[in-house]
Design a protein. Structure first.
Lengths: 240, 240
């Protein structure tokens, strides 16, 4: 049975199988070794994620699959970081609760799947001008519902939770802002990922997985590759 | 537990999670309803596919998952149709055996998963000039290893097998050639899919699935959509 990698998060995960998306790229990269399974929930914050964890990852008794995945990416914070006094306040989660919720999510996964590699991903930076230009809900205040400063605080919390739990993390907020012209190159609407943003997430995920021993070099291929099949006797490759 | 759709086939399936690929588009389309699971094996023909069926789809006893998928696409023939006297002859499967093998694959799936919708996809048309320009193996004969005429014969056989089995089929060979400029628009190297080719396969798969009752309108959403969550009381959506 081919092992799994779950990608768990908000809309930046739910949309990750769109054109050039980082989730699809991951599935393509591991096309002969791992099933990349999408668990993305647009608009969700860590509070809601905790509420649905059992349904998103049902146990065998609930019709699910008890096989431990190789890895799971946990990519929340972009909605938690909505400002509490702006138009998307209903998605806001206070910073201390966000930290606590991330700890809880990690604990639940660690308890259920002790050998599974958990990889945290911080929220991306925010282009505030674009957030005003592409509102998700009615915004009569003339102020963006998310700011780059707030996203940065949540990213910093995410990085520190990873350190406390001893698990790897991608500090996307910092990483993306190192890219010249990140607002347009990495983001499509000031929050969601454009082509370069998707490429950065994909490359970072691949790198972090490789760091913990999960790579094309280390993972077994399921069935003979065409390059390993002897043209003079192809069926020999399929004998046990 | 979220239901599955398997995509099973050769390199045109294995590569379907690349940029703009039809498999990734399918996963994106069903991002909140179905897990689209990749079982693509580059270079494989129906003879080899039969040899690996048990390993590609292990039963629960073999570490697999016995839950019946909603649907499975079976997309072989492009390698079977390699000419027997050209440079890729080792992949060739005679037409009568191709027919027989497709029947066997369908029978095995029908026996194991009686309610699963099986969708056959015929091989695509071939741009012979491009096949000479982009060889996969050394080709000293100056003649393409695949011809459009041979691919057409295998496509016709695929369509008739579907009729004999009473299952839906996408006649990709015919469909694609209805598109003006198909050689460049639909194919990247005379065989594999370019952007328009991927779009055609995706649209056809979605249409055929809809015809048998599998669509976004009919499939249950796993968890509350952000558009259904009450901003004044979000947690209400997560009470059972």
């Amino acid at each position: 049975m081919r092992p799994k990698i779950y990608v768990f998060g908000d809309s930046i995960t739910e949309g990750s199988f769109g054109d050039g998306g980082w989730g699809a790229s991951l599935a393509h990269h591991f096309s002969r070794t791992v099933d990349v399974v999408l668990r993305g929930y647009s608009g969700y914050n860590t509070r809601w994620a905790l509420k649905v964890l059992d349904k998103a990852f049902p146990a065998a008794g609930g019709g699910g699959d008890d096989a431990a995945p190789l890895a799971i990416t946990v990519f929340f914070g972009a909605n938690d970081a909505c400002l509490p006094d702006r138009c998307s306040a209903f998605q806001h989660v206070p910073l201390h609760e966000y930290r606590h919720n991330l700890h809880s999510i990690i604990s639940i996964f660690k308890k259920r799947w002790p050998k599974t590699q958990i990889l945290l991903i911080s929220p991306p930076p925010i282009d505030e001008d674009a957030r005003l230009k592409y509102p998700y809900v009615e915004n009569t205040m003339g102020m963006p519902e998310r700011t780059n400063e707030a996203a940065g605080a949540y990213a910093k919390a995410c990085v520190s939770v990873a350190a406390e739990c001893g698990i790897p993390v991608i500090d996307l907020w910092t990483k993306m802002q190192q890219y010249a012209g990140w607002k347009k190159a990495c983001l499509s609407d000031g929050l969601h990922l454009a082509q370069t943003g998707n490429k950065i997430v994909f490359e970072e995920v691949i790198t972090k997985l490789r760091d913990v021993g999960l790579s094309l070099e280390s993972l077994p291929i399921d069935l003979p590759l065409i390059s390993d099949i002897d043209p003079s006797n192809p069926l020999k490759s399929f004998e046990n």
